[in-house]
Design a protein around this ligand. Structure first.
Ligand code: OSB
Ligand code: MG
Length: 373
């Protein structure tokens, strides 16, 4: 039984080691909303909200999430008896539309807390079966094709099993083709457009289709599964949907309409673990491989992603890079590490998310704090 006594919201600012640029904007300092849940019995659960500073990925931002949690979401879960964490999203969806990133932060923290209550690793509580997960890297838009080639080659040499290249109109075909020619036909490459194209740009997309990519992620509008179906019919390369999949209903739409052949699941985007598991199940039943995306999370959100990526239908390397790819110093101990084969170990030797929050560091980085009870 989950019975929350208090929820602490904190905003930390964590500078990225290098700015991260996607088609719709770039991030230098990550503003991150952390959730600490306190149970009546003394257990705690940690969560992280994946929303960014600007609504350029989805309509939510860290500030809308703060408002949604403090005004509407926390009052629904505080001092309420909740039998299992898989009930949390349904409870929050009752009379609150949308705000899935805000809901996910609380939902995932509830699972983390439940893992402590049951004395189980989070990965096992949610149904994970792997002891290590395959990792890729998502490279922001680089200044030139040559710079991108050097970077991609260096990352492959470190062991990464997939290179995701961010693209936008004008910085696409030439960039990806140069990397393909330099690294050879076997290099595991993909592109992510973050909604930057429309069906009018079909020529660029058809040129990308010739480059042997593992997939093309979210080329068209964030809320449009119909146009993606029109596009997928014209491509050999699988379309992978990210932004468009806000829950299991959209995954079913994608499958029915054939809008794509792969899904990038980010638990923080879809409302948390229960929704991620549901998407994972329908995809497994329909032969759709999934992989775990990332939102430049700190070590807390990363722990949740690692746990999710240990489920069996996570068949492709995730954007779950080690801490050092993002931060000088993470906020958890131990930091997340990747071995030379591009694998990240799933912590199965401790209950909960498997890493400890470095509280001194969190307090030092905190710029805003609110306690709800
Ligand atoms: O589209 O997958 C995306 C980061 C911010 C917003 C959107 C995306 C991304 C990434 C980063 O690709 C992946 C990572 O966390 O390493
Ligand atoms: Mg994406």
């Amino acid at each position: 039984m989950l019975h929350l006594k208090k929820i602490i919201l904190r905003e930390i600012r964590l500078p990225l080691r290098e700015p991260f640029q996607i088609s719709s904007g770039s991030v230098h300092d990550r503003r991150i909303l952390l959730i600490e849940l306190q149970h009546r019995d003394g257990h705690t659960g940690w969560g992280e909200c994946v929303a960014g500073e600007y609504p350029n990925y989805s309509p939510e931002t860290i500030d809308t999430c703060w408002l949604a949690i403090s005004e509407w979401i926390a009052p629904k879960v505080l001092r309420t008896d909740i039998s299992q964490p898989d009930q949390v999203l349904a409870l929050l969806n009752d009379d609150i539309r949308g705000h899935l990133m805000a809901k996910a932060a609380i939902e995932m923290a509830s699972w983390e807390m439940a893992a402590h209550i049951h004395n189980l690793p989070l990965a096992r509580l949610i149904g994970g079966t792997r002891s290590e997960i395959a990792t890729g890297i998502s490279l922001g838009i680089q200044k030139s094709p040559q710079a991108l080639v050097e970077r991609a080659a260096a990352e492959l040499a470190k062991g990464y099993r997939k290179i995701k290249i961010k693209i936008k109109p004008g910085m696409d075909v030439e960039f990806v083709r140069t990397v393909r020619e330099a690294l050879g036909p076997q290099a595991p490459l993909m592109a992510d457009a973050n909604n930057a194209y429309s069906l009018h740009d079909i020529d660029s997309i058809l040129a990308l289709d010739e480059l042997g990519l593992l997939m093309i992620e979210q080329p068209l509008a964030w809320d449009d599964v119909v146009s993606h179906a029109q596009l997928q019919r014209q491509l050999k390369t699988p379309v992978c949907l990210d932004e468009s999949i806000t829950g299991v209903d959209r995954a079913n739409d994608m499958i029915a309409l054939k809008s794509g052949r792969i899904i990038n699941i980010k638990p923080g985007r879809v409302g948390g673990f229960a929704a991620s598991k549901a998407i994972h199940e329908v995809c497994a039943a329909n032969g759709i491989p999934v992989w775990c995306g990332g939102m430049l999370e700190s070590g807390i959100g990363r722990a949740h992603n690692v746990a999710l990526a240990s489920l069996p239908n996570f068949k492709l390397p995730g954007d779950v890079s080690p801490s050092k790819r993002y931060w000088e110093q993470d906020i958890v101990t131990p930091e997340w590490e990747m071995n030379e084969n591009g694998m990240v170990r799933v912590p199965l030797d401790k209950p909960g998310m498997g890493v400890a929050v470095n509280m001194d560091r969190v307090e030092n980085l905190t710029v805003r704090r609110q306690e709800l009870d």
